[in-house]
Design a protein around this ligand. Structure first.
Ligand code: ADP
Ligand code: MG
Length: 337
């Protein structure tokens, strides 16, 4: 691929005899923000470590900006790293934390000052130069860690679950901040997360991983609307996934005639795609919770649990009561087995 900035080719990554990532192929375009998404243990960090040069591949090739770096040591790859733990120097000021790498490069004082100030401005920390990390909030510390990497002008910035130590509100704030910084600086970023909404919100493209392999790769819109497998659909919020047999859905709990012919082996519905209050099926309400714009029901049905969202202006069905529901053809996502 000629337009790839980072190419992983036939990459196999092992810990001793254990293969964590078998034969990975991935091309990353210059300037894009790509998210590696997947459950714990699927090989996200391992892949990052290999790109960074912290783990020699058992097999395969890594090319960055036209150069084969497979055997180039970590500190010669032009890679920046931001991790969940900020790894800031607690005894140094914010300014000195950001300036640290530039001082190692023995740049002239004036340049160190200019670059450090620009880096701090980029992440919105102007005025915090004299603070110690311990005197800053979690979000500010994470931005400091980001500035420290940015001033080194890496070819690629790797971020491994950088937001997972922050509380919910800060996480959302930092999400926007990261996206802004990425667009502003144009730095190619690889972002690791196990949080589907984070990947959807931030990434230009998402690499959904399972057991060290790419399950599906696409834009957030593509993955959200058109997951191809049950695993991808589950990750993208299709909480009702059932096998199709003839004209019925089947689960471990039982069988439900659909009333229409499905042309897929598996069908999946988001809770919002399930109708409540009308339809050919019946279920018993076993949980009901207010979710702001809608109400979330869990129904016990012939298929086991059904997750269904109802509009908030429809009167609440009490727990324990039976209710009609619908699994409409037009909101079903067909999946491959
Ligand atoms: N140092 C290690 N030694 C042995 N196995 C490891 C080591 N680090 C990770 N693994 C294994 O490699 C697989 C991928 O791990 P990892 O890349 O950390 O996953 P993720 O970052 O997606 O949670 C897992 O099965 C994990 O148990
Ligand atoms: Mg990890």
């Amino acid at each position: 691929m000629s337009d790839a900035f980072v190419s992983l080719t036939d990459l196999t990554l092992s810990y001793g005899q254990t293969v964590a990532v078998p034969n990975l192929n991935l091309d990353i375009v210059e300037g894009e923000l790509i998210a590696l998404l997947g459950p714990s243990g699927c090989g996200k960090t391992t892949t990052m470590r290999a790109i960074a040069g912290l783990m020699p591949p058992a097999q395969g090739r890594i090319v960055i900006d036209g150069a084969d770096v497979t055997r180039v040591p970590a500190n010669k790859r032009g890679i920046g790293l931001v991790f969940q733990s900020y790894a800031l120097f607690p005894h140094l000021s914010a300014f000195e934390n950001v300036a640290f790498g530039l001082r190692l490069q023995k740049l002239p004082q004036a340049q160190i000052r200019a670059k450090t100030e620009a880096g701090m401005a980029t992440v919105g920390l102007t005025g915090f130069e004299a603070r110690k990390p311990g005197e800053m909030s979690g979000g500010q510390q994470q931005r400091l860690a980001l500035a420290r990497s940015l001033v080194m002008q890496p070819k690629v910035l790797l971020l491994d679950e950088p937001l997972s130590n922050l509380d919910a509100r800060l996480r959302l704030e930092m999400r926007n901040e990261l996206q802004r910084v990425q667009k502003e600086t144009g730095i190619t970023m690889v972002f690791v997360t196990h949080d589907q909404s984070e990947a959807l919100a931030l990434a230009d493209r998402i690499v959904l991983m399972k057991d060290g392999k790419i399950e599906q790769l696409g834009t957030p819109a593509e993955l959200y609307a058109r997951p191809d497998t049950a695993f991808a659909a589950d990750f993208m919020g299709f909480e009702n996934i059932f096998r199709v047999e003839g004209d019925a859905l089947v689960s471990d709990s039982g069988r439900l005639p659909l009333g229409y012919q499905a042309s897929a082996q598996i069908l999946a519905w988001r809770p919002g795609g399930v109708g409540v209050g009308a339809g050919p099926h019946r279920g018993r309400v076993i949980a009901s919770s207010f979710a702001g714009g809608h109400r979330e029901y869990v129904l016990d049905s012939a298929l086991g649990q059904i997750k269904a969202d109802a509009p908030i202006d429809v009167p609440e069905v009490p727990i324990g009561q039976d209710v009609a529901f619908d699994l409409p053809q037009d909101t079903a996502r067909p999946l491959a087995a």
